[in-house]
Design a protein around this ligand. Structure first.
Ligand SMILES: [Zn+2]
Length: 126
């Protein structure tokens, strides 16, 4: 897994095995990697539930930072209004959070519980 947690691969949302792009579009994902055939969800329903935690871990600090920046310019606004504005500003970034959370989850899962390379023959003898 040459591309596992490789920063350029993570930034372009690439496969941990071959570096090929995981996503076909802003809100669509390949089921299997077009480059190496890796099954991204391992055929497990609910596999990407863990990506929700990653998304939360990405979004909350971002919204917090955005709220702090807003406070510099809108000091007379209440905290509720500042957080609400930060949340509204983040809505167009949902595809971005979705893609990066899934990419990080796939890489993390391969790091914790690696599978053999998808192009390797499981029936071959060493
Ligand atoms: Zn691949």
């Amino acid at each position: 897994m040459r591309y596992l947690f490789d920063l350029p691969t993570l930034l372009r949302r690439g496969c941990p095995f071959c570096g090929h792009r995981i996503f076909a579009g802003p809100l669509s994902m390949h089921e299997n990697c077009p480059g190496c055939g890796h099954d991204f969800d391992r055929g497990q329903p609910g596999y990407f539930t863990g990506a929700m935690y990653v998304s939360y871990a990405l979004a909350v600090p971002f919204i917090t930072l955005l709220t702090g920046i807003e406070y510099l310019f809108l000091r007379d606004w209440s905290l509720f209004r500042l957080v609400l504005l930060a949340w509204v500003l983040c809505v167009p970034l949902i595809p971005w959070f979705w893609q990066y959370s899934r990419t990080l989850w796939i890489h993390f899962d391969q790091w914790v519980d690696p599978v053999d390379r998808p192009d390797s023959d499981p029936h071959s003898t060493p």
